[in-house]
Design a protein around this ligand. Structure first.
Ligand code: SF4
Ligand code: SF4
Ligand code: SF4
Ligand code: FES
Length: 947
């Protein structure tokens, strides 16, 4: 698929067609299309500089002039729309003359260094000079010019060289229209006009390094440093970002085997050619010096690592698993897979556990993020997934955003949402913290910010539902035809009770009743209402209850089953949806079918040629508890770092220390690997084939762009281990694994690598009824038939503040980093966030004598740690906030083992704490530092020996 053709102006979606003639060719295009695009679609290319097809036309460069029969002058084809019967000429001697004149002016003020310029051969200005036949510049090069302008090299990933700027303003418009950050302007007028990042250098400006301006720039003014260093690419492979649940499609552009640029793919269904700083720039970790590429084993975590061959490592791991099962029972081993893995890897992880280990002890990191989404949505609407595609937001009139911070966590979707908000959609933010979309985003302001106390989500959703029910704002017709009567009536009576009114719950939630009432009215009456939510919903003791509360509200207001509405969980990691789909929970086979179900088991037993166990296996917290009590002895962990990402770190590391064999498969010696006995080096997303499924159920290809540095794709390693355990897995390519998934999973029946290659991506369900996939779910009926309302009784968390722990700690992510930070910390993104800090309200800081930058001790019932203070009123009094991207921060040393009642998802978002000014790191931090330094030495010692 060629996504590189630039049609000059955006595609217009109009049913009405207009017929015209361009250069003698009869053309018919949608009304509103520009002459430039109409010509381009017919294969006629009109020279252009200021136009590009992801930006509105601007009409400043005057290179795209055309002649129209019967009209005077030479209109710009980018800003002139088609009209019925027009006869347009794009190539006449007069036009050629005019265009050459325009180009002469540009080139006379441009450095004549094409041959040594990094983008020589990949520069639109150079191309256009050629296209208009410019050979010489009549004005000479001696006039007033900008050639001495100073370069801005402050951004780690791109340079800005104003001497090459033609002031076409594509960068400014990209920053506004595509990214929505408005960091750039054109300062001055005429000859004096220049691009400015608010009169600051890029690093100090509002720029968030998304790179949209770099991509839009038609010259070498804004250019990736990787291109300056290595030159332009000679080939490209389309693949999918391995960071967040947006699932942006990219063209990995290479010179030989070296990636020199990641360019977002215009045909990407989730990103439409946009990206954030992580996907576009933060891929350097794949070649970072810390990467381990040779398998290692050791008897004890007190021993140095010993580098071994793949055969030795695999055989050692297999013999340990067999030994342990023989001694401690078949149930004493298990595996933890990760949402960072491909679908195919995840599928094999659950298969090795069920078929080769012979139990169901498989769990995934979705346990600690979106397991309540799976549970809550399955119960209410019958399918454990979001209901829409991202583009649906462009038809939303009111958006409720709960416990999510898209500008940091899901930046490309945030840009799309911001676009819709700038068009006039209303926004209701429900979050204890003032996220940027509340009022710190240009041209976007939340209509309501329900700044609730952490832990009171369910009270808020009940209060909103109370207003909807008692003020009779339900969509009765929808409820009657689409939902179970009896359950609805129970629910209606329940939420109508006075104790669920905003007034009754005001002191609990901390949100004024009238604000809740107005927000509820806006949502119920404001047109298409869509609900987006994140981990601020799920990571609570009532995470599953809240997800059901969200589904109740969507059903009650009829906001489900069409574009512009729906329930939209924003998934944290790239393949959270896929990890859940692929059966990596201990109670479910792929496709969310319970292990106790006879017919499902028979299907898998037949296909896998083995007997399968019918009892649900251990969840991660159970594995850890059982390890400490001596019953769980070995774990195979792929791509997941439980020692950093799971709550109550001391409990996790104690459990790991208690096991006899910890096998870690990863790129780096992560925190969990420090407690491991076998290390299988993993392959990066650039080195393997597979698929990821994003937050919209979109299955996209991950394509191998280079050979794995460790020798094998990750799925091959799992297959080798399985073979060594005596259960054969003989796939020759990742596509064969997907074929098996499709054969055994009804919602994936029509999915194959070939089909994804053909369609670009597919949103499941993809089967006989929906051969092209399903962008919007539950259109005519719910997957479970009728939608079911559930009672959502608000039960306050047991994690309450008291005199000893008077503040609530809540956590979140930052744009520059991804989850545990293992990848992003090994890129230049570290410049933006080299430590986690504690955000504290000025009032709470003042009470405790804490000043900006002070070391602050944070104590909870689980433990204590020390971070530097950031004083801000983005958090409310009584609440403190931190990110968790650096292991030394010990954010999870203080989180407790409280968890969601239904799924055990940890209550990361509510920890009662006290903070005090301190002068040194915590004991845990000191111990951690010593331990991790020692562990790193254990790797180094051996690699030095080998070399
Ligand atoms: S990198 Fe993105 S945010 Fe920064 S100036 Fe360019 S478009 Fe704007
Ligand atoms: S920096 Fe590039 S995109 Fe921006 S005005 Fe200059 S030439 Fe145009
Ligand atoms: S991190 Fe997320 S938003 Fe950023 S490029 Fe990757 S998938 Fe897209
Ligand atoms: S491309 Fe039309 S005026 Fe610049």
């Amino acid at each position: 698929m060629d996504d590189t053709k630039d049609f000059g102006t955006p595609k217009i979606n109009s049913e009405k067609l207009v017929a015209l003639t361009i250069d003698g060719i009869d053309i018919s295009v949608p009304e509103g299309t520009s002459l430039m695009r109409a010509a381009s679609e017919a294969g006629i290319s009109v020279p252009k500089l200021c136009a590009t097809d992801n930006l509105d036309p601007f009409g400043s460069c005057r290179l795209c002039l055309v002649e129209i029969e019967g009209r005077r002058g030479y209109p710009a084809s980018c800003t002139t729309p088609v009209a019925e019967g027009l006869k347009v000429s794009t190539q006449t001697p007069k036009l050629e003359d005019l265009r050459r004149g325009v180009m002469e002016l540009y080139i006379s003020d441009h450095p004549l260094d094409c041959l040594t310029c990094a983008t020589n051969g990949d520069c639109e200005l150079q191309d256009m000079a050629g296209a208009v036949g410019l050979r010489d510049v009549r004005y000479g090069y001696e006039g007033e010019n900008h050639l001495d302008s100073v370069k801005d090299e402050t951004n780690p990933y791109f340079t800005f060289d104003p001497s090459k700027c033609i002031v076409c303003s594509r960068c400014v418009r990209a920053c506004e229209e595509v990214q929505g950050t408005y960091a750039l302007t054109i300062d001055g007028r005429g000859f004096e006009s220049k691009v400015s990042a608010g009169n600051k250098d890029f690093m100090d400006s509002e720029c968030v390094s998304c790179g949209a301006c770099v991509q839009a720039c038609p010259t070498a003014t804004l250019i990736e440093k990787s291109i300056v260093d290595h030159g332009i690419p000679d080939r490209s492979v389309t693949t999918t970002c391995a960071y967040c649940g947006v699932g942006c499609s990219f063209n990995a552009e290479l010179q030989g085997d070296k990636v020199v640029r990641m360019t977002p793919n215009k045909d990407g269904g989730a990103n439409h050619g946009h990206s954030c700083v992580k996907g576009r720039f933060a891929w350097g970790y794949t070649t970072h010096k810390d990467r381990i590429t040779t398998p290692m084993i050791r008897k004890s975590i007190k021993d140095p690592w010993q580098q071994v061959t793949w055969d030795e490592a695999i055989n050692y791991a297999a013999s340990e698993i067999k030994r342990i099962q023989k001694k401690h029972g078949f149930d004493s081993v298990g595996a933890i897979s990760s949402s960072r893995c491909t679908n195919e890897e995840t599928y094999l992880m659950q298969k090795i556990v069920r078929a080769a280990f012979g139990n169901n002890n498989i769990d995934t990191c979705a346990r600690v993020c979106h397991s309540p989404t799976g549970y809550g949505l399955k119960q209410t609407i019958g399918e454990s997934s979001g209901t829409q595609n991202f583009d649906s937001v462009m038809k939303s009139d009111v958006i409720i955003l709960i416990g999510a911070n898209p500008t940091d966590g899901h930046p490309v979707f945030a840009s799309q949402m911001k676009r819709r908000l700038r068009e006039g959609a209303k926004l209701i933010v429900i979050d204890p913290r003032e996220i940027d979309l509340v009022k710190n985003t240009p041209h976007v302001k939340a209509d309501f910010h329900l700044k609730l106390k952490p832990g009171t989500n369910v009270a808020i959703i009940n209060a909103i539902a109370h207003v909807v029910a008692t003020e009779k704002m339900m969509d009765e017709k929808f409820i009657k035809s689409r939902c179970e009567d009896e359950a609805y009536n129970y629910w209606h009576d329940f939420v109508s009770e006075e104790r669920n009114s905003p007034e009754a719950l005001e002191s609990e939630t901390g949100v004024q009743a009238e604000t809740i009432r107005q927000a509820a009215r806006l949502f119920a009456k404001g047109g298409n209402g869509a609900i987006y939510y994140g981990l601020g919903v799920t990571e609570h003791s009532q995470g599953s209850t809240m997800v059901m509360g969200i589904a109740n509200l969507a059903m009650a207001t009829g906001n489900i089953g069409r574009e512009g509405v729906g329930i939209n969980p924003l998934r944290g990691q790239n393949n959270v949806q896929g990890a859940c789909d692929m059966g990596s929970f201990p109670h479910e086979f792929p496709g969310y079918r319970h292990v106790s179900d006879l017919s499902t088991r028979a299907l898998f037993e037949n296909a896998w040629d083995t007997k399968l166990y019918d009892e649900p296996g251990l969840r991660i917290p159970n594995m850890l508890d059982q390890a400490i009590s001596g019953n769980f002895k070995a774990v195979y962990c792929e791509g997941e770092d439980i020692a950093q990402s799971d709550p109550d770190t001391k409990h996790v590391t104690h459990a790991l220390e208690s096991m006899e064999c910890v096998i870690v498969q990863d790129l780096f010696l992560n925190e969990t690997a420090m407690y491991a006995h076998v290390f299988f080096p993993g392959s990066s997303f650039l080195e393997k084939n597979g698929t990821f499924t994003n937050a919209e159920r979109r299955i996209s290809r991950v394509r191998k762009v280079m050979a794995p540095k460790n020798g094998y794709e990750d799925w091959e390693i799992t297959a080798m281990l399985s073979n060594a355990l005596g259960y054969p897995m003989n796939y020759k390519h990742a596509s064969e694994i997907m074929d098996e998934i499709a054969m055994l999973t009804p919602t994936f029946k029509g999915v194959s690598f070939d089909k994804i290659d053909e369609l670009g991506s597919i949103q499941w369900p993809c089967n006989d009824e929906n051969p092209q996939g399903t962008p919007t779910m539950h259109v005519d009926e719910f997957v479970r038939g009728k939608g079911k309302f559930f009672i959502t009784e608000y039960i306050p968390t047991t994690e309450r503040v008291n005199n000893k722990y008077p503040l609530i700690l809540t956590t979140g992510r930052i744009l520059a980093h991804y989850n545990v930070g293992a990848q992003t910390r090994r890129t230049d993104n570290i410049i933006w966030h080299d430590e986690d800090q504690i955000e504290i309200h000025p009032h709470d800081a003042n009470d405790r004598g804490i000043k900006v930058g002070d070391w602050v001790g944070i104590n909870s019932r689980a433990g204590d740690t020390v971070l530097r203070a950031k004083i801000t009123d983005q958090v409310q009094p009584g609440v403190i906030y931190t990110t968790f991207h650096h292991p030394v921060s010990g954010a999870n040393v203080i989180t407790t083992d409280n968890s969601d009642w239904a799924t055990n998802c940890p209550e990361f978002k509510v920890t009662a704490v006290q903070v005090t000014k301190v002068s040194q790191p915590s004991e845990w931090q000191k111990n951690y530092k010593n331990f991790s330094e020692k562990q790193k030495e254990f790797v180094k010692e051996d690699s030095e020996k080998v070399m």
